[in-house]
Design a protein. Structure first.
Length: 559
């Protein structure tokens, strides 16, 4: 147990500690219950960390259960993606992998039990009529004309529904609760519907399927879940879940506890909305590095450590809030700063010829792999007559405090010599295409024998040894902070969320990098090799995050 003194740190732990101290439970059992109808996103990461983390902290068990009750939207691809994501985040369910589909027979029997106790009935109203009869937030609903069917008739009709005697949508099974309840969830909710569609686990065995709100709490009970931890949007569902547990002969009574979900600014955390982005082609797929799916964040270069760190910093709260994207970016910077090897990459190259450098000469300069971790050692970089620098590191008519290269000015090459701009070559359109410079060979390694100060330092790569690559720069996915609040969120997709740079020049050591490996490009940010589009002869790098840390500055200002 990682909390041996059982000291509470949030309201959920208060409940768990009290239950263990009073003997209500000898050990805790939690679960993470995703529907396999899409990829997991950053909001799910918080739930994963919470459920698996609490089980680990209090020597309990956490189940991974797929609430797969709707074959129309579920796919084995999503099942495997979810399992990959949970493991990538650092959690293991062991032997505790379950599926709601495994309980279909037991759930059917629970439905029969409700009918036998007079608590459920078969309804012939159409979907449109059911919505009309349901009422509104200001008006009560009214009873279906089929609500008072006899128990015998309901049992017969429900069995015939299972046998496939009726077409899709002809009948549903509804719980008989209260059509006048102020809680819309309690107005005789549908618990079974006819749907002739093969299920990815049960095939064609069933033509009726339970609704999520019916299967979810009963599956928890069948698995003897002690603490059913849900996000706040399920708070209004709790009375319904409790009603199902109270009116069926379940083997246990889980306690539902709600917490605030993780909402991230300038993006969306909704599988339904993410699916729409994918379907409309606004992004390249569920693992597009711009979307906040765990697969997308992984592909962009975010680490599991940084995501777990974010979840820890956000904490467990009872009220929803919007988390600044800068906070997530700060978490990954802190992690990668310690571990990412430093490399030099020129994203918008400008050719530079060192005129007094011999054409066949190669000078190997020594570069530090990571100043935060001396154990990562050093590497050799080839410096030759022709090099590339960033276009933005040269300016013909610079402002007063400009410290990079300009006509007649000096600048130091990172780990190399001091160079001085002697001539500027332009094309017919007047664009700068090449610089001619001279080199002071007495300045290698930071030395300036005559004591002159050269403040500017720029990065570079050897033209002869450079590796060509494509680099993808990402911006916010949306142009507004909270797109979920807008009438149609797709209207606010950022058209500049992706910039693709071709012809980038990288230092030669990056040629042999493994897919997914991450680096800090000096003065540029943190980047990783794309796991999908990168090939040995055509490297593709994704920028994870820029170097500037706005969240750290905010914390300092508030500190």
């Amino acid at each position: 147990m990682s909390n041996p003194n059982m000291e509470p740190t949030n309201f959920i732990e208060d409940i768990i500690i009290e239950d263990l101290k009073t003997g209500k439970h000898k050990s805790i059992v939690t679960r993470f219950p995703p529907e396999p109808n899409g990829y997991l996103h950053i909001g799910h990461a918080k739930s994963i960390c919470l459920n698996f983390g609490l089980a680990e902290e209090y020597d309990g068990v956490c189940h991974l259960r797929f609430d797969d009750t709707d074959p129309a939207s579920e796919d084995p691809e999503f099942v495997e993606a979810i399992k990959r994501d949970v493991k990538w985040l650092g959690f293991d369910w062991g032997d505790n992998l379950f599926h709601a589909a495994d309980y279909f027979e037991a759930l059917y029997e629970f439905a029969v039990e409700l009918i036998e106790n007079g608590n459920a009935y078969v309804d012939d109203l159409s979907p449109e009529e059911i919505r009309k009869y349901r009422g509104s937030w200001t008006e009560p609903g009214k009873n279906s004309p089929y609500r008072e069917r006899s128990i015998e008739e309901n049992l017969d009709l429900f069995k015939r529904m299972r046998a496939g005697e009726f077409p899709d949508g002809a009948k549903v099974l509804r719980a008989k609760i209260d059509m006048g309840s102020p809680n819309m969830n309690m107005r005789d909710p549908i618990i079974y519907r006819i749907k002739r569609m093969p299920h990815h686990r049960t095939g064609d065995d069933w033509v009726i399927y339970p609704m999520y709100d019916f299967a979810h709490p009963l599956s928890d009970a069948l698995e003897h879940i002690t603490h059913s931890i849900c996000t706040l949007e399920f708070e209004d569902n709790r009375p319904l879940y409790d009603w199902f547990l109270e009116n069926t002969s379940v083997p246990s009574r889980p306690r539902q506890i709600e917490f605030a979900r993780l909402n991230l600014a300038y993006t969306i955390t909704s599988k339904r909305r993410l699916a729409r982005l994918v379907e409309l082609g606004h992004v390249g797929g569920w693992d597009d590095p711009r979307v906040p799916t765990i697969a997308g964040l992984k592909r962009r270069g975010y680490t599991p450590e940084s995501i777990r760190d974010l979840c820890e910093r956000v904490g467990v709260a009872k009220n929803n809030s919007l988390v600044d994207m800068a906070m997530l970016e700060h978490c990954v910077r802190e992690d990668l700063n310690k571990r990412a090897p430093r490399r030099m990459a020129v994203l918008r190259p400008l050719k530079v010829v060192i005129e007094n450098f011999p054409e066949d000469k190669v000078v190997e300069v020594e570069a530090i792999n990571n100043p935060e971790d001396p154990s990562m050692g050093k590497r050799k970089l080839p410096l030759t007559r022709e090099i590339y620098i960033e276009q933005e590191d040269f300016m013909e008519d610079p402002p007063r405090r400009y410290r990079r290269l300009a006509p007649g000015r000096e600048v130091r090459l990172r780990y190399g010599y001091v160079i001085k701009c002697e001539d500027v070559i332009k094309n017919d359109e007047g664009e700068v295409v090449e610089l001619r410079v001279s080199c002071d060979f007495d300045t290698l390694g930071g030395k300036t024998p005559d004591g002159r100060k050269v403040r500017g330092i720029i990065h570079w790569v050897s033209a002869e040894h450079a590796v060509d690559a494509e680099v993808r720069l990402y911006d916010r996915l949306f142009t507004v902070e909270n797109p979920a609040e807008r009438e149609d969120f797709v209207d606010y997709v950022n058209p500049k969320s992706l910039e693709i740079l071709t012809g980038c020049k990288l230092e030669p050591s990056l040629k042999d990098g493994a897919l997914g490996s991450f680096y800090q490009f000096e003065r540029q940010g943190y980047f990783c090799i794309d796991t999908e589009d990168s090939k040995p002869d055509s490297l593709v790098f994704n920028r994870t995050v820029a170097l500037r840390d706005t969240w750290a500055k905010i914390q300092q200002r508030n500190g």
